[in-house]
Design a protein around this ligand. Structure first.
Ligand SMILES: *Cc1c(COP(=O)(O)O)cnc(C)c1O
Length: 360
């Protein structure tokens, strides 16, 4: 079967060049006679993969030297607990912004460890959006401010980075990391699960300013302690070696393709085409205020929801897969991460026009 355009929110498409290289190296990584999945994580072959992967990520994101980069198990969801365990540092409260489903999960977990102040929430009514900087009610004594720059389910993205003064800003970038350049120095912690815009599932990347680590809540398990992972080069235990390797292939691919500035231009253009198709028709609608629309996850509905199943079936039959919206939202969602070729967006846009002609 030919490859399809897979609009899944995650695990999501990987660049074809990355898959081909992994295939080529599957049985014999660079003369080692082994698959990367068979290698000792402490051997020189894997160590060289690990080091190059980190160096390439540091270069792509221009990560300053005073930040550690950790490659951890447990996905982004473990970070919902690791962040309070490591960042409270004697304080008892933290500020959280609530802009949707993933914010709520982070908040629920945060409440297990500290007093959570909701310092900003998406306005009710009208199109979906995020609180503005002047809406934020940051509290004195908060250990950190946590937010979700891109809500994967709602398709709502912050058009700005919140200013939090001296209070560390923590960002769950699971579905937007590497989609464009960011100024890492504005953040205390950036974390992301691997399966959306990085590589296969099974890993989280955590970028943490080094003065924020070293003091944990009593009872914090070793596996949840940033300091222990930092001191051990993310090899306190066996890391997710194959996902780490695949992430490295994806980072090399990003570098070969112009890095994050080039990616941002392509992503903005891809998203722009899809939103233009939705806005240019009464048959399709997107519920998000234009300034807060995600470049990565584009939810949309049909004017007549009775046609949803037909839309999905016909799209699938022409190789446009996994367009069903999240079960909590309904409708459709097209996730168009870095690895989604622009041709995939073009194919979706023309399918949508054709479907409207036939059913509109
Ligand atoms: C997918 C997602 C998560 C959860 O990631 P896991 O790796 O499955 O734990 C958390 N936050 C955001 C924004 C996500 O998109």
């Amino acid at each position: 079967m030919a490859r399809v355009f897979n609009f899944s929110a995650g695990p999501a498409m990987l660049p074809e060049a990355v898959l081909k290289q992994a295939q080529q190296e599957m049985l014999d990584w660079q003369g080692s006679g082994m698959c990367v999945a068979e290698m000792s994580h402490r051997g020189k072959e894997f160590m060289s993969i690990a080091e190059k992967t980190e160096a390439d990520l540091r270069e792509l994101m221009a990560i300053p030297d005073n930040y550690k980069v950790l490659f951890l198990q447990g996905g982004a969801s473990s970070q919902f607990a690791m962040v309070p365990m490591n960042l409270l540092r004697g304080k008892t409260s933290a500020d959280y912004l609530n802009t949707g489903a993933w914010s709520k999960k982070a908040i629920a977990e945060g409440k297990r460890y500290c007093d959570v102040n909701i310092a900003g929430v998406s306005p009710e009514g009208g199109m979906a959006s995020v609180p503005t900087q002047s809406d934020l009610k940051l509290t004195d004594g908060a250990a950190y401010v946590h937010y979700t720059p891109n809500e994967t389910i709602g398709g709502v993205e912050f058009p700005y980075v919140p200013e939090t003064g001296d209070v560390p800003l923590v960002a769950d970038m699971s579905s937007t990391i590497l989609s464009r350049p960011v100024d890492v120095s504005k953040f205390g912690v950036i974390y992301a699960g691997s399966q959306k815009n990085i590589g296969p599932a099974g890993m989280a990347i955590v970028i943490v300013r080094d003065d924020l680590i070293g003091e944990t809540l009593d009872g914090t398990p070793a596996m949840f302690n940033y300091q222990i992972h930092a001191d051990n080069g993310s090899m306190y235990n066996t890391p997710p070696t194959y996902t780490w390797y695949m992430a490295g292939l994806a980072f090399a691919w990003l570098k070969e393709n112009g890095g994050l500035a080039a990616m941002a231009r392509t992503n903005e253009r891809k998203a722009g085409k899809l939103y233009a198709a939705i806005d240019g028709s009464d048959f399709y609608a997107n519920p998000v205020a234009p300034a807060c629309r995600s470049w990565m996850n584009v939810p949309f509905t049909l004017a007549n929801a009775d046609l949803d199943a037909t839309f999905l079936a016909e799209a699938s039959s022409v190789g446009l897969k996994t367009l069903k919206g999240h079960r909590s939202v309904g409708g459709m969602r097209a996730s168009i991460y870095n690895a989604m070729p622009e041709a995939g967006v073009d194919a979706l846009v023309s399918f949508m026009a054709d479907f409207e002609k036939r059913y509109g």
